[in-house]
Design a protein around this ligand. Structure first.
Ligand SMILES: CC(C)(COP(=O)(O)OP(=O)(O)OC[C@H]1O[C@@H](n2cnc3c(N)ncnc32)[C@H](O)[C@@H]1OP(=O)(O)O)[C@@H](O)C(=O)NCCC(=O)NCCS
Ligand SMILES: [Zn+2]
Length: 256
């Protein structure tokens, strides 16, 4: 942690999927509207719509421009790496982390959605990642844990009483995925390469194979009630001061 420097700011906005309405479609650009229409399930359309509309509105307000002047470039680090190394296998369709350009150039955002919740995080000039996961009882939790948890995490997780294991698993997942989303690699960055502190203790990065030491990122748990786990990550060695706006504020913004 760099001493003496002021904390970075990061803002988090929660929105409930019930804020989705056809009016919000006007806030999406052509590519986003086309993608939105392709989701088969209404719930997927609502989550995607609320996330992009909220991101554009919040950034427009922050930089003082019209929502349509906020443009998102989609960047997939994994495909960029493949293209650079000539490894091949890039996905030619537009996908990846939305990176603000146009009037909001220089800002970083991350969007996540699960169940009935959408979360947006932003920071200026520092890569940010956010994740929310609805806790669901998987039939193959052990298989998922084998794919997700690093060896030290797995040992900790195995010691937990049965009743706490599902929630703890999603706690680990949210912290690790938030970090990987900050990098723009997403899950292709390797969940098992990242190890974090156990969910019943303060969120901290403990190790990151190929990504840097514990100071490479700042982690923080976000509260979203007993059925969800959520986390925020910034790729910085500085302290971060998060400001969290609850759903009512986002709702007002989305209703304007
Ligand atoms: C993309 C990914 C991070 C999404 O995770 P998820 O738990 O399903 O969904 P979340 O709700 O948390 O996040 C979805 C949001 O992440 C963002 N996102 C997409 N790709 C991203 C990436 N590479 N890095 C960071 N954020 C990404 C988008 O904003 C997306 O929501 P939106 O399209 O509605 O705006 C995850 O599915 C992933 O990493 N997939 C594998 C990556 C991969 O191999 N892709 C194939 C092409 S290379
Ligand atoms: Zn890709």
């Amino acid at each position: 942690m760099t001493l003496g420097s002021s904390p970075l700011e990061s803002t988090v906005w929660w929105a409930h999927t019930s804020t989705a309405s056809d009016r919000l479609l006007d806030l999406l650009d052509e590519t986003e509207r086309t993608r939105n229409a392709r989701f088969r399930l209404q719930s997927d359309r609502d989550r995607h719509l609320v996330g992009r509309a909220l991101a554009r509105l919040v950034l427009a307000e922050r930089v003082g421009c019209a929502p349509e002047d906020v443009v998102f470039d989609l960047r997939c680090r994994s495909c960029e790496d493949k293209a650079r190394t000539g490894a091949g296998g890039e996905d030619p369709s537009p996908h990846g982390k939305p990176v603000p350009t146009g009037a909001a150039d220089g800002w970083e955002i991350s969007v996540s959605h699960s169940g009935e919740w959408v979360v947006l995080a932003l920071a200026e000039g520092v890569p940010v990642g956010v994740d929310v996961e609805r806790i669901s009882d998987s039939r193959d939790l052990d298989g998922l844990a084998a794919f997700t948890l690093a060896d030290t995490e797995r040992r900790e997780w195995d010691t937990l009483p049965e009743a706490g294991r599902v929630g703890a698993f999603f706690g680990y997942w949210a912290r690790k995925e938030a970090l990987l989303k900050a990098t723009g690699l997403g899950l292709s960055g390797g969940l098992r390469r990242v190890s974090v502190s156990p969910p019943n203790s303060r969120a901290r990065l403990l190790g990151w194979e190929g990504g840097g030491g514990p100071d490479a990122a700042w982690l923080h748990d976000l509260e979203r009630g007993p059925d969800y786990r959520s986390a925020l990550a910034l790729l910085t060695d500085r302290a971060v001061e998060p400001t969290v706006h609850q759903a009512e504020v986002a709702l007002e913004l989305l209703r304007r």
